[in-house]
Every structure is written in structure tokens, then in C-alpha cells.
Design a binder for this molecule. Structure first.
Ligand SMILES: [Zn+2]
Length: 457
């Protein structure tokens, strides 16, 4: 029995319920800390999916939630609320933590040239929707109450056993971790957790069952239903969400609506640093600020992400990032040709879309792009061909080549002066000017039709 339909290989063959709209939901960040590159890897892949959907003619409605309450340190409802724990460590309220890291995340989306989702709903702003969802599940007999909350009885959802038997081996190991002994089944999960009786939480709400806060999984089910309806065209999230989070979303949503939660699922694989999974507990998290400190632009990370396929494990190392930076420099130096000598050669833009539309094959799209640059560099392209290519690359890959700047008038004047010295065979002067330009990060290449310049980094 197939539990998760993976995205159709040819995205053009996706048959959305209400074409051309594609209802797309992404499990968003838990806003309790700085996003690390593992998080960004995942989100960049969904941004690429959205760009591809648009390019093939669909109109995605992209919803990405912000988890600002209820995500416990274990995905299986044990441990502390991640936000509350961070608030205690930093001497702030959970609300301040959520606000700070939500803004940080949104700023990161802009820095990385994301297409911004149509809605980014917060769990804390959808509490009544979650309570109503739980009430409906209660009416249908899927819930029970124990000392610390309202739980979903997974034995009532017959397909849950299929998940556990066929794909979700991890549910059973999960049962070994500390859990409330009053739970009827190890895989049962919290829909509503009660506030402790001896302490006041920063984030808590009244509910028909008592003061408390929603479990993590229920927010996605409630927000999918509210913003996109009972069935999504595509649901996306990290592969690590399969065993618990997405299974529980399906159990909640399909019990309520009796319809399929999602037609297709896109699960992105892990990223490894030195063959180890990224984890805060291992201390191997790297942020965009760490990249900037070492001189890497955000687009370099984006390009590195695109070098691997979303279904495969990707690897990060500083060396691989440096290679991506070299590759990006080639792209940028193509982009600056629009400020220089242009000719009459025409060249159709690279056919990136046929690779992207085939299961988001980004590595092959980049190979196509490299071959296209080989061809483009042998020609004196007309301005329009250059601009068309830049616009297509930016549209599909989000590399912001259109933002690559021209050099200053003073630098241009220096290049012209050097050229005059060269034509006057004043090699010493021409050479000293070439060195001066190099010091300013500009490389001048002498071609039969005159000098052209490129950035050195
Ligand atoms: Zn989710």
C-alpha cells in the first residue's frame, strides 16, 4: 500500500484540483533559534519547486506555517516546549523569542531571494481553528483525555497501523522514549497539552478541556484546512517528518475530512556536514552569518543546494561552498557582459525548465547551464540575448544575476586609459594600470574587439 504519493516525475503532468492553481503547503520553521544551513537547504528546495510550478504555467498558492508554540524537544510529545525552554535560557518571554526568530527567518527569506509564500500563518494566531479541529475529532471519537492533555487515539485510525508496519519502524523505537504511561498506545500523540498546575506559561489559552496549548501536529492540519481546504495538491516537508509529524497530520486530517490530505508529497532528504547530520545538539550548525563572515554571499548557498537533487542526501563542506562560489563568479561575469561590448550573435536562453520540470532535477539543469555558458562565451552576444538569459536564470534559480552591479565610471575611465597606453605601446604604464584594476577586484581581458572586464570575486 502506497502511503505517500511522491511528486509526479513530470511536473507538467500534475493535475491540480482547480487548475491552474496549485495548493502547496510547506511545514515551516520552529522559531526558537537561528536557522541553520540545513533548514535553508530544505526551504530553498521548496522555493525551487514554486519557481518551477510558475514557469510551467501553474499558479501556486503557497502556505508555509510558522511554529511558534507547541513543538516539544522531542517530536513525540515529550520534553519541553522549544520556545519556552529558550525563553528561560535567554531570560525573555516565549512571545519575545517567537517574534525575534520569526523576523530573523523572514529576513533570511529575503536575503536568499525567496519567492515569499502567500500566507505564513502562525500557530499562535490560529488557536480557535486548532481547538475546533480537536473538538470535531472528539465528536468523531478519535480522542481521549489523560492527566496531561487530550490525545489522538491512533488505534481508531485503521491506516495508522499500515504506516507503523510498512514505513514507520521509527514509531516503535519512539515508544521507548519517556512517555505518559496513561497513553493507550505508544504512537498516540497530544492534540492539546494542559498547562502545568503549579506554573503559568507565557503562551497558554483557555479551551473546553482546560488551559493549555496545542500539540505540534495539529497546527498543520488546522492551517492546511483553513487556508487551502481539505486536500492539498502538494504537501512538502523534510524527510524526517515522515515517521511522526506527517503521519500524524494525515491521521488527524483524514479522520476529520474523510478525504486525502495531499495528492502528492515532496520530502527533501537530509544534508550532512562531514557525513554527519546537522543537529543543534551536535553543535555543527552553520548560519547565514557564519557564511557571510567567511565572505560567502547567500546566492552561493543557493547554488550549492541546487548542485544536488532533493531526494538524495546532500553534503556540505566549506570546500564545496568554495566551488559553488567559483561557479557563481562565472555566472556573474556572464551577467556583467550586458554593461559592455555587445554584438549581433543571438542565442536562445538555456533550456533549464525541461530539467527542473522533470522531478526538479537541479543538478542536470546546472550542467545544461554550464554547457550553455561554454557556448555563450565563444560568441559576441547581442544585448537582448544576454538579458533574456539573465532573466530566465533568475526566474528559475533565484540567483539574482540581475542585481550584479556595473563598475564605477572612474574604473571604466581607468580601463580606457590603460587601453590608450596599450595602443601607444606604453607597456609599463598599461601593466601598472592592470595591476591597479586587479587590486580593485577587476580583471581586464584583451579581445580582438577591445578590452572586457570581469569581477575577480
Ligand atoms: Zn507540518
Amino acid at each position: 500500500m502506497k502511503l505517500y504519493n511522491t511528486l509526479t516525475r513530470q511536473i507538467t503532468e500534475l493535475k491540480p484540483q482547480n487548475p491552474p492553481e496549485v495548493k502547496l503547503y510547506t511545514c515551516g520553521p520552529t522559531v526558537y533559534d537561528y536557522m541553520h544551513i540545513g533548514n535553508w537547504f530544505t526551504f530553498i528546495r521548496y522555493d525551487t519547486l514554486v519557481r518551477t510550478l510558475i514557469a510551467v504555467g501553474f499558479k501556486p498558492t503557497w502556505v508555509m506555517n510558522i511554529t511558534d508554540v507547541g513543538h516539544l524537544t522531542s517530536d513525540a510529545d515529550t520534553g519541553e516546549d522549544k520556545l519556552a525552554a529558550k525563553a528561560v535560557r535567554e531570560g525573555k518571554t516565549a512571545w519575545e523569542i517567537a517574534d525575534f526568530y520569526t523576523k530573523y527567518f523572514e529576513q533570511g527569506l529575503r536575503r536568499l531571494n525567496f519567492i515569499i509564500p502567500a500566507v505564513m500563518p502562525k500557530a499562535t494566531e490560529n488557536i480557535p481553528e486548532q481547538i475546533n479541529f480537536i473538538k470535531s475529532l472528539e465528536t468523531k471519537g478519535y480522542t481521549y483525555q489523560i492527566n496531561d492533555g487530550i490525545y489522538y487515539d491512533t488505534s481508531k485510525f485503521s491506516r495508522y497501523r499500515d504506516f507503523a508496519n510498512l514505513e514507520l519502524d521509527e514509531i516503535q523505537p519512539g515508544a521507548r522514549i519517556e512517555h505518559n504511561p496513561q497513553k493507550r498506545n505508544p504512537s498516540d500523540f497530544a492534540l492539546w497539552k494542559f498547562s502545568p498546575t503549579d506554573a503559568k506559561r507565557d503562551m497558554e489559552w483557555d479551551s473546553p478541556w482546560g488551559k493549555g496549548f496545542p500539540g505540534w501536529h495539529i497546527e498543520c492540519s488546522a492551517m492546511c484546512l483553513k487556508y487551502l481546504g481539505p486536500t492539498l495538491d502538494i504537501h512538502s516537508g523534510g524527510i524526517d517528518h515522515i515517521p511522526v509529524h506527517h503521519t500524524n497530520e494525515i491521521a488527524q486530517s483524514e479522520a476529520l475530512t474523510e478525504q486525502s490530505l495531499a495528492k502528492f508529497w515532496v520530502h527533501t532528504n537530509h544534508i550532512l556536514i562531514n557525513n554527519i547530520k546537522i543537529s543543534k545538539s551536535l553543535g555543527n550548525t552553520i548560519t547565514l552569518e557564519d557564511l557571510a563572515d567567511k565572505g560567502f554571499a547567500p546566492e552561493t548557498l543557493r547554488l550549492l543546494v541546487l548542485e544536488s537533487h532533493y531526494r538524495s542526501q546532500s553534503r556540505f563542506s566549506w570546500d564545496s561552498l568554495a566551488s559553488a562560489q567559483t561557479r557563481l563568479l562565472r555566472y556573474k561575469n556572464f551577467a556583467v557582459r550586458r554593461f559592455q561590448l555587445t554584438g549581433s550573435d543571438r542565442l536562445a536562453p538555456p533550456d533549464l525548465l525541461s530539467y527542473l520540470a522533470n522531478d526538479l532535477n537541479t543538478p542536470e539543469a546546472l550542467a545544461e547551464l554550464e554547457a550553455w555558458f561554454d557556448l555563450a562565451e565563444s560568441k559576441t552576444l547581442q544585448l537582448e540575448s544576454i538579458e533574456n538569459a539573465i532573466s530566465l536564470i533568475d526566474q528559475l534559480l533565484g540567483l539574482n544575476l540581475a542585481g550584479v552591479k556595473d563598475i564605477s565610471d572612474a574604473t571604466k575611465a581607468l580601463i580606457a586609459k590603460r587601453e590608450r597606453a596599450r595602443t601607444q605601446k606604453n607597456w609599463v604604464l598599461a601593466d601598472s594600470m592592470r595591476k591597479e584594476l586587479q587590486g580593485a577586484g577587476i580583471l581586464v581581458l584583451d579581445t580582438p574587439s577591445g578590452p572586457i572586464w570581469q569581477y575577480l570575486d
